[in-house]
Write a protein that binds this ligand. Structure first.
Ligand code: IMP
Length: 436
């Protein structure tokens, strides 16, 4: 049975939650492998809207098993809120949610450090979500982090907390002029969370291995996007995890030899939230139109997203870094009524330099601007289209252009917010490399 990775091919918010929701019926297990509650995966079911932050989007499908992998950083309070709100809305969590014992825990000092460092960063401000995700990954790599399994051992938890709180309080007080924390308050709150979460904490890598051996197929749900990847993104304006396909392996404990395909998700245009380079960014009427029509406001922070033309250079980079075997294009309907659509096929850098590939240095990327191929738009309302054939010729030509440029098939197209508004193109069987 195929195991497939879903990754954002841009700067996040491409519609991964919805895609996972639509394709989950073809899988037995969904795994979140990185990020934390900085993500907001929006899924519209009928007239109900769910925003999932840490729980995999497969949870909305009874019978699908969901894993929060070791690469995720978990804010227990936020996770418990999310679990309670799902249960209140009739979603069962019994036997279908598992949390890796090795996933790191976001502690109260992490959001405090995140906000404090951003407030003092001046022009180096990243525009983080303020959820403490970066500082939690800092502790993970500094080997002082607290993991889910630690919550189940009060003595060890206290010991690790005492060490961390002493260190973080000095940082918060002396460097950032911010409030400090008391070990006992944190300990009692986190022991309460542990009581709640204990039944879900387990060796998820072993579980996935056993399920795969028994023939289950697994969908890996990425958060954020390729351009926010710690290694391959627009550093330092990135998130702190491995958002690209390789992260699916390290963040779940599944070897690369078990992955059969990687599908990238891209909007029909491009957005970015937070600071950092964005070569196809627009301002003015077209940007406003995309923002309003596409409801481009952050699902976690409510911040207006920056909007621009689709960036085929960036998408080709994402294709290479992730080994994309197929592309899903969302929000095609948002482009309806725009006379001329521009697709960036090259960047113009400082002093007239031209780049076919993603520039290697951040100073160049900051100054890069898209060079565009203009394509004709369409006026027809496409939200009712349910097959590729029902799309206007120009909409199909737009998709074909992107697909040809990247050399991979478009397997699905979104023409509206709901599950029913995702059109399979008939290319799904081509997402697995020939050797798999
Ligand atoms: P952090 O992940 O909160 O540290 O934020 C780092 C950068 O990643 C900022 O530019 C955020 O706006 C961006 N970011 C984090 N999560 C998301 C997401 O789910 N969608 C889009 N951008 C995100």
């Amino acid at each position: 049975m195929p195991n497939i990775v879903i990754v954002g091919a841009q700067w996040g918010d491409e519609g991964k939650g919805k895609v996972v929701d639509v394709i989950t019926p073809h899988f037995d297990v969904v795994v979140r492998y990185q990020g934390g509650n900085n993500a907001g995966h929006t899924v519209v079911v009928g007239r109900e809207k769910f925003v999932l932050q840490t729980i995999p989007s497969g949870i909305l499908h009874p019978g699908c098993r969901n894993i929060i992998g070791c690469g995720v950083v978990v804010n227990p309070a936020s996770l418990i809120d999310e679990m309670e709100s799902l249960v209140q809305r009739g979603v069962s969590l019994d036997g279908n949610l598992y949390i890796s014992k090795n996933a790191h825990v976001i502690m109260p000092y992490h959001p405090a450090l995140d906000r404090a460092s951003e407030s003092k960063a001046g022009k180096h401000r990243i525009g983080t979500t303020g959820k403490g995700v970066g500082p939690a990954y800092v502790d993970k790599t500094a080997r002082v982090g607290i993991r889910m399994a630690d919550l189940l051992d009060e003595r060890l938890l206290r010991e690790k907390l005492e060490y961390n709180v002493a260190q973080k309080n000095r940082l918060l007080r002396e460097i950032y002029d911010a409030e400090s924390f008391a070990v006992d308050n944190i300990l009692s709150a986190y022991l309460r969370y542990a009581g709640w979460l204990a039944p879900y904490i387990t060796d998820t890598a072993l579980l996935i291995h056993r399920w795969m051996e028994a023939g289950s197929s697994v969908l890996f749900e990425g958060a954020q996007g390729t351009m926010l990847d710690l290694d391959h993104g627009t550093y330092p304006f990135i998130t702190s995890s491995s958002t690209t396909a390789g992260g699916a392996c390290t963040g779940s404990g599944v070897p690369p030899t078990r992955i059969h395909g990687v599908i990238g998700i891209s909007k029909a245009y491009c957005t970015r939230v937070g600071n950092g380079p964005f070569p196809t960014e627009l301002s003015g009427d077209t940007a406003d139109l995309l923002r309003m029509r596409g409801n481009e406001f952050g699902s976690v922070t409510g911040r207006p997203r920056r909007c621009g033309w689709v960036d085929a250079v960036g998408l080709r980079y994402a294709t290479r870094i992730n080994g994309l075997t197929g592309l899903i294009v969302t929000k095609l309907d948002v482009l309806t009524g725009i006379d001329q659509l521009n697709v960036a096929v090259r960047y113009r850098g400082p002093e007239g330099a031209s780049f076919d590939e993603f520039p290697y240095h951040q100073s160049i990327l900051h100054k890069a601007e898209g060079e565009y191929i203009p394509l004709p738009g369409w006026d027809e309302d496409i939200s009712g289209a349910r097959s590729l054939e029902e799309l206007p010729q120009n909409a199909r030509a737009y998709l074909d252009y992107i697909s040809d440029f990247l050399g991979i098939p478009v397997v699905m197209v979104g023409v509206g917010p709901g599950r029913d508004e995702m059109i399979w193109t008939g290319a799904a069987e081509r997402v697995r490399p020939a050797a798999a």
